[in-house]
Design a protein around this ligand. Structure first.
Ligand code: MN
Length: 261
């Protein structure tokens, strides 16, 4: 059976409301794809049954001064970017397995910004026009492997861009919460507060992050950006639960469970 362009578009529409592309029309999909296509990565919109489809996950490194100091890094160096794979996203309340190869699995609570449109060379004055909303996120890190790759001048992927490394809570649209630029950002492990800072301590604020990132890549609708973590990072073990909270954006709860067999 021939697949027409309108059928592909229908698949897309199904994904937007149902969240599972492959289930929308498997017979048609199988006629051209040699394996089942991956479902569209998506994040729920708070208080609705709607979904935000994700195109890319960007992350900012070293965007809070006290965190640069606790890590022993050069505080004169500007923040920078890296990426995580789409299937690293983990929804609120879902457990993450303790990852392979590490003995130092770290939490990093972060404000996540989601873009409804994009472009190149976006000015910081225009950045807000491109923002759909905000969420609480976790940039989970295999710290020992990240450090080892840095020491060897190798890429950061093994420390940052692994399975289950990007927990995220529901997105809050700008028309509900505005643009959070100050207020608490916190993380607790089993109820004990480990990270406790303020969004205004960011070195690059969200508008500057979008402006800087858009000089490196053409940004697009569906891109999300983890905006860096404040000080207080540390290890988490299987059996512990992380609870993150950012002013106006609710909570993200992420239990850590035993490694996969
Ligand atoms: Mn981070």
């Amino acid at each position: 059976m021939k697949v027409e362009r309108r059928d592909v578009l229908k698949l897309g529409a199904g994904a937007a409301v149902g969240g599972v592309v492959a289930a929308a029309a498997p017979a048609q999909a199988q006629s051209r794809y040699v394996i089942m296509p991956m479902p569209q990565a998506a994040v729920p919109i708070a208080g609705t049954d709607q979904l935000f489809p994700v195109r890319r996950i960007y992350c900012v490194g070293r965007n809070y001064l006290e965190h640069i100091r606790e890590m022993g890094n050069d505080e004169r160096e500007p923040p920078f970017f890296f990426q995580k794979p789409l299937d690293a996203l983990v929804m609120d309340g879902k457990p993450i397995p303790y990852p392979s190869l590490t003995k130092n699995f770290h939490y990093e609570v972060e404000l996540v910004v989601a873009l409804k449109s994009g472009g190149r060379n976006i000015t910081k004055e225009k950045a807000r026009d491109h923002i759909y909303g905000y969420a609480v996120g976790l940039d989970m890190t295999r710290r020992d492997l990240q450090r080892a790759s840095g020491d060897k001048k190798q890429p950061w992927e093994i420390g940052k861009s692994f399975d289950f490394s990007a927990p995220i809570a529901a997105l809050h649209p700008v028309d509900k919460v505005g643009h959070p630029r100050e207020g608490f950002i916190r993380l607790a492990v089993n109820g004990e507060v480990k990270q406790d800072s303020d969004l205004k301590a960011m070195i690059w604020n969200v508008d500057e992050i979008i402006a800087n990132l858009s000089t490196q890549y053409e940004l697009a609708a569906g891109d999300i950006i983890y905006t860096g973590t404040p000080h207080g990072v540390g290890p988490v073990k299987a059996g512990e639960t992380m609870t993150c909270e950012i002013v106006g954006l609710g909570k993200l709860t992420t239990p850590v469970v035993a490694p996969l067999a």
